[in-house]
Design a protein around this ligand. Structure first.
Ligand SMILES: *Cc1c(COP(=O)(O)O)cnc(C)c1O
Length: 470
């Protein structure tokens, strides 16, 4: 106990620290940042002492100084930072999902630096609607009558359910009560939307008659949910959108589908699994379809709702819509991404998510060979870096069981071990995020873009030097 008190008493006093710090720091950084970083650092030590995990303090004033300066610099640097994605997961939710192409970046720049016609109709000089900036394009691309965009797909589902099924019943298959990452669960969202959930069928099999049996006066909606990040395999059965539409028409109940990823291109022509496109679902007669802006579409975070004129009009006038609306940056970048889709070939090149998903393994291998050459060649590197086949993932809960053939740099961890080296890659000014497989570090080159290569080369050179030093 007294040992603890001694330690607590020897913690530096904030005023003393402030006096001693390099004067140039005060010229460079706001005093608020300096003070708060010092206070936080001392507090961390105090907590450590009280918890009994710190039994010894830095010995010299110089050691303390360097601890404080590090904390101050860290507090002064941006929290949101660029990283290199070496995981091979293209739509990596934790790393920001889809990247935007140059046209979208330019549009963001314009929207941020200048006044825009966000809600101003330039032709009439009257107030306009922000949704009109993208609605026509979305309708062109999907074949829908009307559209609206909200903050994300979770918001889209919530808003659609609240509009169509508030205090009324929505019928959904037990096999589709999914949880998407980030605690989005269909039953919970449904409850919050005010809809009453009527579950039908079994986990693995649901039939059309299951829905029909429970349809009543009070039924507001038939809901179908894309099971995105999991698959039921074996003895299974699901009712198709078209069948649900026929049933809905018969009983005059609208049908909604939460498509999740929602692709506008049938990627099966590029070797990916066949997923229903938004156009196909609209064509099947589904009344309202929701999907994400930043999954397979490759745009900014957004939730797109397409459907019949009547339903979209009701959604637009729901007061909740105002709380879920998208901002000008989302609109700016979403419009540019959507425009790329007018020309599929163009979209596959200029929408980074599509480009990475459809990239040929052969061209990824060539990228790897170029990197190896730039680092001195395969023979010289063979004990440290090797080019080897690997398997990338789509990510974002899309096509969970499908692997994409790819190529990776496999790095030998050397003495510090795989997890030590992984930590080192994360500590760099631009962290390299990678996978550990069979005790090797795997940098999947599918998610390393051409413009990332100089940076990656720099990182690999320091890794090689590190390897030589022990
Ligand atoms: C991803 C997903 C959502 C949530 O979409 P966000 O854009 O992440 O909010 C909802 N439903 C399904 C089926 C999904 O796959």
């Amino acid at each position: 106990m007294s040992e603890q008190n001694n330690l607590l008493r020897s913690l530096p006093k904030i005023d003393v620290v402030l006096d001693k710090l390099e004067k140039s720091l005060y010229e460079r950084l706001p005093l608020t940042i300096i003070k708060s970083a010092i206070r936080d650092t001392i507090a961390i030590f105090r907590q450590g002492i009280l918890a009994g995990v710190i039994s010894e303090l830095p010995g010299s004033p110089d050691e303390w100084d360097s601890i404080f300066v590090k904390a101050i610099e860290k507090k002064n640097s941006p929290n949101l930072r660029r990283v290199l994605n070496g995981t091979g997961v293209v739509i990596h939710t934790n790393l920001g999902r889809s990247l935007l192409g140059q046209n979208s970046i330019d549009a963001l720049q314009t929207a941020g630096a200048h006044y825009t016609n966000l809600e101003f109709d330039i032709t009439t000089g009257k107030r306009g609607s922000r949704y009109s900036l993208v609605e026509e394009i979305i309708c062109d691309l999907t074949g829908a009558e009307a559209a609206i965009v909200v903050n994300n797909n979770a918001a889209a589902v919530l808003l659609a359910l609240n509009t169509l099924s508030f205090q009324r019943e929505t019928i959904v298959s037990r096999g589709q009560l999914v949880e998407i990452g980030g605690s989005f669960r269909i039953p919970d969202v449904m409850e919050r939307s005010g809809a009453t959930m009527i579950e039908v069928g079994a986990t693995n099999r649901t039939h059309l008659f299951d829905y029909e049996k429970v349809i009543e006066e009070t039924t507001a909606l038939l809901l179908k949910v894309h099971t995105s990040n999991f698959r039921v395999i074996g003895f299974t059965s699901e009712v198709s959108a078209a069948e649900l539409v026929t049933l809905g028409k018969k009983h005059n109940v609208p049908v909604m589908e939460d498509l999740g990823s929602g692709s506008l291109i049938d990627l099966s022509s590029w070797g990916l699994p066949k997923e229903p496109t938004v156009q196909e679902i609209v064509k099947a007669g589904v009344d309202v379809v929701t999907f994400s802006g930043d999954k397979l579409l490759g745009g900014p975070q957004a939730g797109i709702i397409v459907g019949t004129k009547d339903i979209i009009a009701r959604i637009k006038s729901n007061p909740m819509n105002r709380a879920l609306r998208i901002d000008k940056f989302t609109l700016a970048s979403l419009e540019t991404v959507l425009r790329e889709y007018y020309d599929t070939k163009q979209a596959l090149k200029s929408v980074p998510t599509l480009y990475m998903l459809t990239c040929e393994p052969e061209s990824i291998k060539k990228k790897g060979q170029r990197i190896i050459r730039r680092l001195g060649g395969a023979t010289k590197l063979k004990n440290h870096i090797q080019l080897q086949p690997t398997v990338s993932r789509v990510g974002g809960g899309a096509m969970p069981e499908h692997g994409l053939d790819s190529w990776a740099l496999a790095l030998q961890p050397g003495d510090i071990g795989a997890s030590g080296l992984e930590r080192w890659f994360r500590s760099l000014s631009v962290p390299l995020i990678l996978r550990i497989e069979d005790d090797k570090m795997i940098v999947d080159l599918r998610t390393i873009l051409e413009e990332d290569i100089p940076l990656l080369l720099g990182i690999l050179k320091s890794y090689l030097q590190k390897g030589q030093s022990h």
